[in-house]
Design a protein around this ligand. Structure first.
Ligand code: C2R
Length: 160
């Protein structure tokens, strides 16, 4: 079995500025994770090997971020029954709408849970992964609850 519960994969090094928010949120919740660069386009053999062995490696959830013609989340989802959460990375040319549309419109039968474009999506992908893992991990459920409470308490009553 692997050592991490969540795989955070991304199509390019350039996605890390966005995807590190997923990693940091997992870190804050003490969820083991492993970040890797995997591209359906540029490293198809690596993508295939990763997706085919992800379950055997011990991963329970996959977070996949990509921009532009973002085929990575869907291709990985086609190769594993682990839950795959897709993060559309904001692209320069089309502001991430291309990424979003590439990820969200999967054909029935191969699901990708699609998040919002950019940092909010990356952060929420980690929180969704936490919610999935918390179903069978009461200590994590407590940490997730505490994280949410802290966020709520950080919202001021009035603008300053
Ligand atoms: N969408 C994909 C895939 C894929 O889907 O396999 N591989 C790389 N990319 C994306 O190309 C964008 C530009 O990459 P570069 O910045 O390396 O040129 C990145 O957002 C990456 O996710």
């Amino acid at each position: 079995m692997g050592t991490a519960d969540v795989a955070v994969i991304m199509g390019s090094q350039s996605d890390w500025d966005t995807m590190r928010h997923a990693a940091e949120t997992l870190e804050a919740l003490k969820i083991t994770h492993d970040a890797r660069i995997v591209s359906a386009h540029r490293t198809p053999d690596r993508m295939y090997a990763f997706a085919r062995s992800a379950k055997a490696e011990g991963f329970k959830v996959i977070i996949a971020g990509a921009g532009g013609a973002a085929h990575l989340p869907g291709m990985v989802a086609a190769l594993t029954t682990l839950p795959v959460f897709g993060v559309p990375v904001q692209s320069k040319a089309l502001s991430g709408l291309d990424s979003l549309y590439s990820i969200v419109q999967m054909p029935a039968g191969i699901p990708v849970g699609t998040l919002a474009i950019g940092v909010a999506g990356a952060t929420n992908a980690a929180l969704l992964a936490a919610a999935v893992l918390a179903i069978s991990d009461p200590a994590l459920a407590d940490r997730l609850e505490a994280w949410r409470t802290a966020r709520t308490e950080a919202v001021a009553d009035r603008p300053s």
